[in-house]
Design a protein around this ligand. Structure first.
Ligand SMILES: NC(=O)C1=CN([C@@H]2O[C@H](COP(=O)(O)OP(=O)(O)OC[C@H]3O[C@@H](n4cnc5c(N)ncnc54)[C@H](OP(=O)(O)O)[C@@H]3O)[C@@H](O)[C@H]2O)C=CC1
Ligand SMILES: O=C(O)[C@@H]1CCC=N1
Length: 270
């Protein structure tokens, strides 16, 4: 695995974060290739990360052991059609990070025999704090699984699932999840301003509180329920606020929202 080459098709946000994370973890930039239609983008990436770059996707596909498909889902069919002959001939491990693109889609576009790992990352990967669900299709061996885990593990935690449908739940929980927390942050900032705090202070108080709560939950042995109770003095302010949330059906809304996201993920996957 130490010398294997990894190629990214599409040098966008996720690809550059993954590559940056891999390099920060000690992978030599010379092992990484990246292609993108934009020469300017590639110049930026090669300057920043010292990886190999090419405007031609095939040039990358011809060289690497693992190909990370990191274009937008709507681009995937045409990108795969161009890659198909090289992929069929060389059989690199194909790692897809595109939302809603299934193993069956990828097999249609790239050929039946290609080893595929499908992943669902999330945007905190951009700050190396991601959470990614992975599914290895039939035909992927242990060393290929280890390589996929090395790529996605460079930007956060990785979790393997042994059926592809689980990725719909992962999409609804951790894929879309950052947006749920951002919505709560937005709402709390608005509420802080409504209580007379200035906008800059409101923002800082809310973001630091969110970060602190996440840190506390991650580092504490106690679960979120216990940590919540520790904040909540009987008859105090937190109890007054939580009562409003509970009466408004907060938990039921979260259940319904995640179910809607899962349903949409299933629809997108066809
Ligand atoms: N769970 C989640 O929240 C997330 C999931 N993802 C998945 O990751 C994938 C990448 O997302 P993200 O990095 O945000 O997207 P970006 O748009 O930042 O990156 C995609 C890159 O691919 C380039 N591109 C377009 N066409 C081609 C082509 N034919 N060949 C090679 N490159 C091409 C784009 O160039 P140009 O801009 O010029 O079109 C762009 O630089 C998506 O499939 C998305 O579903 C990503 C982020 C988070
Ligand atoms: O909203 C979406 O469809 C994608 C998948 C998970 C996050 N963003």
């Amino acid at each position: 695995m130490a010398q294997q080459l990894i190629g990214f098709i599409g040098a966008g946000n996720m690809a550059t974060s993954l590559a940056g994370g891999m390099i920060a973890k000690g992978i030599r930039p010379a092992r990484i290739w990246m292609s993108d239609p934009s020469r300017d983008r590639l110049d930026e990436v090669s300057q920043q990360h010292r990886v190999h770059v090419a405007t031609d996707n095939l040039e990358v596909a011809q060289r690497v052991d693992a190909l990370v498909l990191s274009v937008k889902p709507q681009m995937m069919a045409s990108v795969c059609a161009d890659l198909r002959s090289v992929v069929e001939e060389r059989r690199p491990l194909v790692i897809s990070i595109a939302a809603g693109v299934t193993v069956a889609n990828l097999r249609d576009w790239l050929g039946e025999e290609v080893p595929i790992v499908r992943c669902m990352p999330n945007t905190p990967a951009l700050v190396q704090a991601g959470a990614t669900g992975l599914y290895a299709a039939e035909g992927v061996d242990d060393s290929q699984k280890a390589l996929a885990a090395q790529v996605l593990g460079a930007v956060g935690l990785t979790f393997w699932f042994d059926n592809e449908q689980s990725l719909d739940a992962v999409t609804a929980v951790s894929g879309s999840g950052p947006a749920y927390f951002f919505l709560l942050m937005e709402a709390l900032i608005d509420a802080a301003k409504a209580q007379g705090l200035d906008a800059a202070t409101a923002r800082q108080l809310v973001l630091q509180t969110a970060w602190g709560a996440a840190q506390l939950a991650i580092t504490s042995e106690a679960g979120p329920d216990v940590l919540r109770q520790r904040v909540t003095s009987p008859g105090g302010t937190t109890a007054a606020a939580l009562e409003v949330f509970e009466e408004a059906g907060f938990r039921e809304h979260v259940q319904a929202a995640v179910a809607a996201a899962r349903e949409r993920s299933e629809e997108l996957a066809g």
